[in-house]
Ligand binder design. Structure first.
Ligand code: SAM
Length: 322
């Protein structure tokens, strides 16, 4: 453990590194006494880097989201995993982080890999990074495939500024609230999605952002059946109904235009302001006051995307009338 054939100066001082000869001429340093997060292929095994191969072979401990999938990957890469393999997933990552870091402290290389893509991106890894930082232990990364950047780059939408939103909430009401909060977002927005929810999510995207925004649905990235569907939200929604996409997918949605952003400027209306608007609306449009309140409240979501309490607005209406 921690046996080195060369030393180098790093942030954590002189540390031993072991070197691994790849089948090509590449020499890969294996940093001792370090946590290494490594990206794994998201579909195409050819995307495995020389560093990933060397780390799989030489790390003292491999903390893997799913140990079966780890061995499967190693088999496909023709690599033998020599170190100790431990299961490291969403349910145990906090509990296991300190034990793994105790090994780092005594010179071990601890490799963290998830089932696919970058650890920590909707995958385990963050807990050990945080604890390593708190304990002053070295942590580094062997970067590589991640569906976020792959989809963004292929979407054809602006890449200079983007935000990653992970998976949308499962519950419809929470999803709608979340999307409302994003209505004025100017940056390109990237969502992860599953085939079980794509239909509902497309309806909610259409409601929140309207039919005309550009978007891309990117599925089975890097695999044989990779497919990118580009179009307006309405076109992609119709396509999803006619030809339901299978496999793994990422949605990339254009950010709001100047006009869209201006029309959904954060609501600064108080409950009393909304009550006044509702009274006016009821008079002008001949509505019952409760209907007018529902409309006004729906048109003015709060900055977090939730809606004002209609009962409170109604009480304010009564107070004004009194
Ligand atoms: N850590 C991974 C990464 O860096 O991309 C993400 C893991 S997350 C649990 C799994 C989700 O990533 C999938 O539901 C899908 O939205 C997206 N994803 C992963 N691989 C993909 C692929 N080959 N094509 C499209 N989307 C993919």
């Amino acid at each position: 453990m921690g046996e080195g054939v060369e030393t180098r100066d790093g942030d954590a001082g002189a540390e031993a590194v072991q070197q691994s000869e790849q089948q090509s001429d590449t020499v890969v340093a294996i940093p001792a006494g370090t946590v290494v997060l490594a990206a794994t292929p998201i579909g195409n095994v050819g995307d495995a880097s020389a560093r990933l191969r060397a780390l799989l072979e030489h790390a003292d401990i491999v903390a893997a989201e799913d140990t079966r999938r780890l061995y499967d990957l190693a088999n496909r890469l023709g690599v033998h995993v020599n170190g100790r393999v431990v299961a490291y997933h969403d349910h145990n990552e906090r509990d296991k982080a300190d034990g793994l870091l105790d090994n780092v402290e005594t010179g071990a290389t601890v490799l963290v890999v998830s089932d696919a893509g970058m650890p920590t991106i909707n995958d385990p890894g963050l807990a050990i990074v945080r604890r390593a930082i708190e304990r002053g232990l070295p942590v580094t990364c062997a970067p590589g495939p991640s569906a976020v950047l792959d989809a963004l780059a292929l979407s054809g939408l602006p890449t200079d500024r983007f935000c990653y939103e992970g998976f949308l909430p499962r519950k419809h009401s929470e999803r709608v609230q979340h999307l409302r909060m994003l209505q004025g977002e100017r940056r390109t927005i990237v969502f992860y999605e599953t085939l079980h929810r794509i239909d509902d999510s497309m309806d909610d995207l259409l409601d929140a952002f309207g039919p005309n925004r550009r978007m891309a649905l990117c599925r089975e990235l890097t695999k044989d059946y990779e497919q990118i569907r580009r179009g307006t939200i309405a076109e992609i929604r119709d396509g999803v109904r006619e030809d339901p996409p299978r496999g793994e997918m990422v949605l990339v949605v254009a950010g709001a235009s100047d006009e869209e952003a201006a029309s959904v400027a954060p609501n600064t209306l108080s409950v009393e302001d909304m009550a006044v608007l509702a009274i006016d609306r009821a008079l002008e449009d001949g509505l019952r006051i409760k209907e007018a309140i529902t409309q006004v409240v729906g048109e003015h979501p709060l900055p977090d995307g939730s809606l004002a309490n209609r009962k409170q607005v109604y009480q304010a209406v009564l107070a004004i009338k009194r």
